[in-house]
Design a protein around this ligand. Structure first.
Ligand SMILES: [Zn+2]
Length: 215
């Protein structure tokens, strides 16, 4: 099975990815993880990507496409889940071009669909203990004493990435990039829109309901 997993920031993509990979024995190919690995190992590709990032630019589509196709070419026969890639129509087209040549196209595109207001509430309410990394939430997982870690009494903080402004910008960027991507896939692949509201277990049930018949 060759799967593309799409989902807005906060849609629970990482969690569902893990469920899918475990159940169907697939390889998890996260573009973020792979890029970090190239950078930390100082490969040619990693240095190229780093030079763009140092100047504040996005890593160009061509660099990401080459990196991911290299990774896919070494994936086992069982298949894989692509996570964080493709992110643009150009990346998707580049991927298709490489895969179609081998007769190994994408089997399913799973699109996790969430209520964005709920995502904003969940992320912006998150508070972290800077000492022990315990995670709390101002509404759903409160510490016993307001804003103080239960375990060590340290004052909780909000991650810089968890502020409303950052979350809304990320959602907006995602939607601008992904809407055309979903349209692209709908024109040539099976796209499964999955309601990603509710608990991780509930969403997992819906995802497996779609993927079981394909496995
Ligand atoms: Zn703590």
């Amino acid at each position: 099975m060759r799967i593309v997993l799409l989902g807005a920031p906060g849609a629970g993509k990482g969690t569902q990815c893990k469920y899918i990979v475990d159940k169907y024995g697939l390889l998890h190919l996260s573009s973020g993880d792979i890029l970090r690995r190239h950078r930390s190992e100082g490969t040619q590709l990693g240095e190229k990507a780093q030079s763009f990032m140092d100047s504040g630019a996005l890593v160009p589509d061509d660099v990401i496409i080459d990196m991911m196709i290299d990774e896919i070419s070494r994936a086992p026969k069982g298949g894989y889940v692509l996570d964080g890639f493709p992110r643009t129509v150009k990346q998707a087209a580049g991927l298709d071009e490489a895969l179609d040549g081998k007769g190994q196209g994408i089997d399913a595109v799973v699109n996790l669909d969430v209520d964005e207001e709920a995502v904003v509430r969940r992320i912006t309410g998150r508070r972290i203990c800077p000492k022990c990394a315990a995670v709390y939430h101002v509404e759903t997982l409160k510490p016993k004493v307001d804003n103080i870690c239960d375990k060590d009494g340290v004052e909780l903080v909000q991650r810089p990435d968890d502020t409303a402004e950052v979350v809304k910008t990320r959602l907006q960027n995602y939607n601008e990039q992904t809407a055309p991507l979903v349209d692209y896939y709908k024109s040539r692949n099976s796209v499964y829109d999955i309601d990603a509201n509710g608990s991780a277990e509930e969403v997992k049930g819906r995802v497996f309901g779609i993927l079981d018949p394909l496995a």
